[in-house]
Design a binder for this molecule. Structure first.
Ligand code: SAM
Length: 298
C-alpha cells in the first residue's frame, strides 16, 4: 500500500485520498506542476513527495487558502506557533470553545489577514467546508464534537509539507485563466475545478462555480499551445451522474476513478459508490499508452 500523502488540514473536496490514483497518469518526471484550482494542493504535495517535478505553481482564487499554503510552506514555525496560541485559547475562553470559534471567525471576517485564523477555522469548522454568505462573510459553523486539529499533529503535517515544497513553489491567488497563460510545453496542468453538480453560482465571493463554456475555451487554448493537462471533473454517485461531459472534440481520454463510498450516503443509511471522472489531454494519453507494456494475450 502506498504511504499516505501528507496534508496541512482538512479541506472539503481535497484530492488527498484520490491523489495516489491520479499519479500514475502523470509522466515519471516533468517540468512544472501547475495547479490552478489548488485548494489545499493535494496533487502538488503528492507529486513533490514522489519527486516527479521540482517546480510548482499553486493557485486558488480564495486568497486566505493560499495564505495558509504560502505560510505553511515558507514559514512553518511562524504559522504553527500562531495556530497553537489560538488553539490553546479556546480552553480558557470565558464563554467556551464554540464561542471562541465565532470570535476567531469574526476577526477573520473583519479582515484580519493572519493566515493562522483561517487555518484554525478550517481545522475546526464542519467538514472542513468553506462557505461564504452572499456578502462574502465566512459563515460555516464549528464542529461541536471536535476542537480542531491538535497542534502537535498539525506541526507534523505542516513540516511534512514544507519539507517537500519549500524553495520549489510559487503561490498565486487569481482566476485560473491567468494561471493557464503561464503554462509552457513540458509542464503538466492539473485542474480540479469546483463540481458542476453542486455549484452553479459563479460569483467569486462564493468561490464555487466556473462558467462551462469559458472552461472549454481555456482547454481548447491549452490544446492549441501543446500543453498537457489532467482534469478531475464531477462523476457519479450510485447511479446518478453529475455535471456535463467535456466536449469530445477536445480529444480527451475520459476515465473513472473509484472514490469509495459516499460519506453523505452513509450518513443517510445507504452505501453508494462514488466515481470521479478524470480527463487526460490527448498527447499526454498517447504518450502514456505508448509507454505501457503490452501484456501477452493467453
Ligand atoms: C474542488 S476544490 C480543489 C481541491 C483541491 N484539488 C485539493 O486537493 O484540495 C476547487 C477549488 O477551486 C477554487 N476556485 C473556484 N473558482 C476558481 C477560479 N475561477 N479560479 C481559481 N480557483 C478557483 C476554489 O476556491 C476551490 O478551492
Amino acid at each position: 500500500m502506498k504511504a499516505s500523502v501528507p496534508h496541512i488540514v482538512q479541506y472539503q473536496g481535497s484530492k488527498r485520498k484520490l491523489a495516489p490514483k491520479i499519479l500514475p497518469f502523470l509522466p515519471i518526471r516533468f517540468g512544472r506542476l501547475i495547479e490552478p484550482f489548488a485548494g489545499m494542493a493535494a496533487m502538488s504535495i503528492a507529486v513533490a513527495k514522489e519527486h516527479r517535478s521540482e517546480r510548482f505553481v499553486i493557485n486558488d482564487l480564495n486568497e486566505p487558502l493560499v495564505g495558509i499554503l504560502r505560510e505553511a510552506v515558507n514559514n512553518p514555525e511562524h504559522i504553527i506557533s500562531a495556530y497553537t496560541a489560538i488553539w490553546n485559547e479556546q480552553f480558557d475562553y470565558e464563554s467556551g470553545s464554540e464561542a471562541h470559534y465565532y470570535h476567531i471567525r469574526n476577526c477573520f471576517n473583519r479582515g484580519d489577514k493572519n493566515p493562522a485564523l483561517m487555518l484554525y477555522i478550517l481545522a475546526r469548522c464542519v467538514k472542513g467546508a468553506v462557505r461564504y454568505s452572499a456578502n462574502g462573510q465566512f459563515n460555516q459553523s464549528p464542529d461541536k464534537r471536535r476542537n480542531g486539529t491538535n497542534p502537535i499533529t498539525l506541526k507534523k503535517n505542516i513540516y511534512g509539507v514544507s519539507q517537500i515544497l519549500k524553495g520549489k513553489s510559487n503561490f498565486y491567488s487569481c482566476d485560473y485563466r491567468e494561471i493557464l497563460e503561464m503554462a509552457r510545453p513540458g509542464d503538466i496542468v492539473y485542474m480540479d475545478p469546483p463540481y458542476q453538480g453542486v455549484c452553479t453560482s459563479r460569483d467569486s465571493r462564493y468561490l464555487s462555480g466556473i462558467n462551462f463554456k469559458e472552461f472549454v475555451d481555456s482547454l481548447n487554448r491549452l490544446n492549441s499551445r501543446n500543453i498537457d493537462y489532467i482534469i478531475s471533473y464531477d462523476g457519479f454517485c450510485g447511479n446518478k451522474e453529475y455535471g456535463e461531459d467535456l466536449p469530445e472534440d477536445l480529444g480527451l481520454k475520459k476515465l473513472y476513478l473509484d472514490a469509495g463510498l459516499s460519506t453523505q450516503s452513509l450518513f443517510n443509511g445507504k452505501k453508494l459508490v462514488t466515481k470521479e471522472s478524470l480527463y487526460i489531454s490527448h498527447n499526454l494519453n498517447k504518450r502514456r499508452e505508448a509507454s505501457q507494456p503490452v501484456l501477452p494475450l493467453f
